[in-house]
Design a protein. Structure first.
Length: 294
């Protein structure tokens, strides 16, 4: 069965173009969401022609903000668009600055050998548990403005945001914990069954996570953990590497791969890596060449 690649992008056209070329395989369909504010990128990508894969550039485009429910809404838009088109064996969520670091033959063989497994990363440990508790137990308002330091509304919304948190802390307010919450990386590779289950839970997700900080790192992990599919998690104890993404949080937030990291990338057992930038032209070309020649 075919795979659906769900991509959220807003910049770095050279990286996105390389990603699309590396996913251009008759066994794949590609669904691409370009941020509503990224007009130039949207116009560029509309001229891109896939030779083998079916490329669907979504005409419905959201403004996507860090730490905000708009991330979750965009993931649902991609999942629902793909599900309406066809039934896929796996749905892969990628950023527009990700690249595969294995061949398409390897990737398809890997998922065939692990059919039914859910590749969702989970962060464990006291530090992450404390961070999770902080994000789900309070109401976070004006999250769309948290990273918009140059917005004229930032000072006002930041004051209101912080004041609301202070009041909640003073009165020891805690939001209702309806289920066991878990967290991990936003990026995943999931089965058709989990895709359907997430859509069935959409009403609950959008209501419960509306005023949650960074809900994109919590809702999939939480819904899966509390579902009948929990036993299918590929590796829940592997400290977020169970998504089969190579992401370095020690050297960056996350680290941007550079030319000197080429050997680390091509010898990794992971399937995808993030993140890349267009300035690393030689690294991107090396990775493209390495896997197109295998």
């Amino acid at each position: 069965m075919k795979h659906a690649y769900l991509i959220i992008a807003h910049n770095e056209y050279p990286v996105l173009k390389a990603l699309l070329l590396m996913l251009d395989d008759e066994r794949n369909d590609i669904y691409l969401h370009i941020d509503q504010r990224s007009t130039e990128l949207y116009e560029k990508i509309r001229t891109f022609q896939a030779r083998k894969a079916q490329l669907h550039v979504l005409s419905t485009r959201n403004k996507v903000y860090w730490g905000d429910l708009s991330q979750v809404e965009t993931e649902y838009l991609l999942l629902e668009t793909a599900l309406a088109q066809e039934t896929y064996s796996y749905y892969h969520l990628l950023s527009g600055t990700d690249l595969p670091i294995q061949t398409q033959n390897y990737i398809h063989s890997f998922f065939q050998a692990n059919t039914g497994k859910e590749f969702v990363g989970y962060w464990s440990g006291d530090k992450h548990q404390k961070d999770l508790e902080r994000k789900v137990s309070r109401y976070y308002f004006f999250t769309k403005h948290l990273k918009r330091n140059h917005s004229k509304w930032h000072i006002i919304t930041a004051l209101c945001h912080n004041f609301a948190l202070i009041i909640q802390k003073i009165v020891r307010f805690r939001r209702k914990q309806e289920i066991e919450f878990r967290k991990g990386s936003q990026w995943f590779s999931i089965t058709h069954n989990l895709c359907q289950h997430l859509i069935e839970k959409k009403t609950f997700v959008l209501r419960r996570f509306k005023y949650t900080l960074c809900p994109d790192e919590i809702f999939v992990q939480t819904i899966l953990w509390n579902s009948p599919l929990k036993g299918n998690i590929y590796n829940p104890d592997d400290n977020n590497t169970g998504s089969m993404r190579l992401i370095d949080w020690n050297r960056g937030n996350p680290y941007t791969w550079q030319a000197q990291d080429y050997s680390e990338l091509i010898t990794s057992d992971k399937l995808f890596a993030r993140k890349f930038c267009s300035q690393e032209t030689e690294l991107i070309k090396q990775i493209e060449a390495t896997y197109s020649n295998k």
